[in-house]
Design a protein. Structure first.
Length: 137
């Protein structure tokens, strides 16, 4: 499991760096085209990359949840789901209970988001809740 986590971290780093380099390359050529100098395009691309990275780091989880139209739930809304997530929290040793969201979608899907355990969230589609039993959840 730890090897898979490390592999995912390396792949994510490569992906972010690759996208940044692509943005810089596009910025350079746009700078050449519009300003006659690639430096102006590189500076604009760096600023755009910086802003995008900061937004993704600090608000990325909220953006993802909003785009998926996820609705935050409490223990009273779905006690079975809340209990399953609570058991997983205890088993994993997390200090804070992740926020739980439901996405009104018949497909079978779920994801976790958050930049650290204190800002963690779990989102589950309504289709997953309808089709799976407690053990499968």
């Amino acid at each position: 499991m730890w090897e898979q986590i490390r592999s995912n971290q390396i792949r994510s780093t490569i992906l972010v760096a690759g996208m940044g380099l692509l943005l810089l390359l596009v910025g350079y050529f746009l700078g050449l085209y519009f300003f006659g100098s690639g430096i102006g395009g590189l500076i604009i691309a760096l600023v755009v990359w910086g802003v995008m990275s900061l937004v993704a780091f600090f608000r990325g989880n909220n953006i993802l949840l909003a785009l998926s139209r996820a609705k935050k739930i409490s223990r009273d809304d779905h006690p079975r789901l809340y209990n399953v997530v609570e058991e997983m929290k205890i088993a994993s040793g997390l200090e804070k209970m992740p926020d739980i969201y439901i996405i009104d979608d018949p497909s079978l899907n779920a994801f976790a988001t958050g930049r650290d355990p204190n800002r963690a969230a779990v989102a589950i589609t309504s289709g997953l809740l309808q089709k799976l039993n407690r053990d499968q959840l």
